[in-house]
Design a protein. Structure first.
Length: 210
């Protein structure tokens, strides 16, 4: 199966992609990961991407689509794949279609902005060992200190309230219109917020007919 995972930052796309990937035996293709891999391997499109990244610029759509196309030719994608983090815009979706890359299902994880804000702004990471915490869902035994090594807990800049608000605004403006685009293509499947990873995944597998 060829799947796209859509959803706001913090909607749980990465977590669900990991479970679907394991259950269906298909790879997850995350834009960030394949960009870094293409740059490291020095592929032609990787070198192109590096020149933009080194200049502090956004990597253009055609370069990102080129890197995805390269990745999809690898043997592990023969039986399908999951795209996480791309397409982000209608322009990217149209570019994928022009390259003959089509999908069986586009899963839209529907989670309210309030839940996402609480989820992201509550995240903390140990400065020393990198252990993850959440001040509500998975708090440390002692406030602001890591249970494993005693290191100080910090909040990523990405998770500060103002940054989260800005990221959600960009999602609603640039990425959410993809729901209508894929609805018109007959492949959109809406996944409601069921409050837990397992319940959400059960719903996803049913929507996929698995």
């Amino acid at each position: 199966m060829k799947i796209i995972l859509l959803g706001a930052p913090g909607a749980g796309k990465g977590t669900q992609a990991e479970i679907i990937s394991r259950k269906l035996g298909i790879p997850t293709i995350s834009t960030g990961n394949i960009l870094r891999a293409a740059v490291k391997e020095g592929t032609p499109t990787g070198l192109q991407a590096k020149s933009f990244m080194d200049a502090g610029k956004l990597v253009p759509d055609d370069v990102i689509i080129g890197i995805i196309k390269e990745r999809l030719t690898q043997p592990d994608c023969q039986n399908g794949f999951i795209l996480d983090g791309v397409p982000r815009t209608i322009a990217q979706a149209e570019a994928l279609e022009r390259h003959g890359i089509r999908f069986d299902a586009v899963l839209s994880l529907e989670i309210s902005d309030e839940v996402i804000t609480s989820r992201l702004t509550g995240r903390r990471t140990c400065h020393t060992c990198g252990a993850p915490y959440h001040i509500v869902a998975a708090p440390p035994a002692k406030a602001d200190a890591c249970d494993k090594c005693g290191g100080a807990l910090e909040q990523r800049k990405d998770d500060l309230p103002e940054t989260v608000k800005h990221r959600l605004e960009i999602y609603h403006r640039e990425t959410e219109p993809l729901k209508d685009y894929y609805q018109a293509h007959g492949v959109l499947k809406t996944v409601p917020d069921l409050g837990g990873i397992d319940a959400t995944n059960k719903e996803i597998m049913e929507l996929l007919g698995k």
